[in-house]
Design a protein around this ligand. Structure first.
Ligand SMILES: Nc1ncnc2c1ncn2[C@@H]1O[C@H](COP(=O)(O)OP(=O)(O)OP(=O)(O)O)[C@@H](O)[C@H]1O
Length: 294
């Protein structure tokens, strides 16, 4: 059974002056259990709209979505799910420890598990020192980490995270990447939105690129990185002295090498230059006649 199954999902909003905004156009996507999937798109592409539909926070205009086989219109679909919204906010008069106890009760966790798991997630997110401080005194990064702590508390099977690295410093980002890798090693499924291509490159199994509500590409990150050879950087040597480095396009490699054989120049090193996820993303956005969203 798929962890996530989205079929023909559409969403239209009524914007200012009743203007129709097509946020999602017939989105089809399946995610297997145990996958880490990056949902990559520029601002206004439709990432949060998709996630809000999965969470039952808004209704789609058309199509269906299922989590572990249960339609998202049924709240039971979210029993095995942890959700981090974009810019999470809390009852900020509470301390993190009080808030996590509240979340534990909401998920019907046993009292002793709540205590144990609260300690575990506070430590994991480096919040143990601030655990008894009112949340209103937290920094932006601490709020984001608390959001992740509450997602992890009840050890769900699938995680839907709307921009989990948002507002985090490099230490916080590294922490979250480690947490996502740990979830993967424990067979959990993660679906997260982002517009940061390097995060996708480091953590994800697959990536889906959404532009203007259209899913433009879905592929394995490793296949993108393997297949995307654009050319070669060649280091040339003349008279045993390093002379220069040249870039040769993929199609020109053969003729370049045969031209060299007639000269006194030798090849010291050839390195393939690959398209990274950022280049892949930018090419897709360009092909999709992407129009900047205000
Ligand atoms: N409640 C709403 N009413 C009208 N239009 C909306 C509403 N919510 C979102 N939109 C529009 O729908 C489109 C998709 O928005 P969405 O928030 O899903 O994008 P996103 O990919 O999450 O963007 P970001 O990366 O900036 O968070 C945008 O054009 C946005 O302006």
């Amino acid at each position: 059974m798929n962890a996530l199954e989205i079929t023909g999902l559409c969403k239209t909003y009524r914007g200012k002056r009743q203007k129709i905004v097509k946020a999602l156009s017939s989105l089809d996507l399946t995610i297997a259990p145990g996958e880490i999937f990056g949902f990559l798109g520029p601002n206004g592409a439709g990432k949060s709209t998709t996630i809000k539909i999965l969470m039952g926070l808004i209704q789609p205009t058309g199509g269906t979505a299922k989590i572990f086989g249960t339609p998202v219109i049924n709240s039971a679909s979210r029993q095995r799910l942890g959700y981090l919204p974009e810019n999470p906010s809390f009852l900020d008069f509470m301390t993190a420890r009080e808030y996590l106890a509240f979340v534990g009760r909401a998920f019907s966790m046993h009292k002793s598990d709540v205590k144990k798991e609260t300690d575990r997630v506070l430590e994991l997110l480096a919040l143990e020192g601030a655990a008894n401080r009112a949340i209103r005194h937290y920094s932006k990064g601490m709020i984001q980490r608390l959001g992740l702590a509450q997602v992890l508390l009840h050890d769900p099977d699938i995680y839907i995270l709307d921009e989990p690295m948002s507002g985090l410093d490099p230490i916080g980002r590294a922490l979250v990447k480690d947490i996502l890798r740990d979830l993967k090693s424990r067979g959990k499924t993660v679906f997260f939105s982002t517009h940061i291509t390097s995060d996708v490159e480091i953590i994800c199994d697959r990536v889906g690129i959404i532009v203007n509500g259209n899913l433009m590409a879905v592929d394995h990150v490793q296949s993108i990185l393997q297949s995307g050879i654009e050319g070669y950087v060649i280091q040339l040597v003349r008279d045993k002295m390093v002379t220069e480095e040249v870039f040769v396009e993929k199609e020109r490699l053969k003729s370049f090498i045969s031209d060299l054989s007639a000269s006194d120049v030798e090849i010291e090193r050839i390195e393939p230059k690959r398209k990274d996820i950022e280049k892949f993303f930018l090419d897709i956005v360009a092909k999709g006649e992407y129009v900047a969203v205000e």
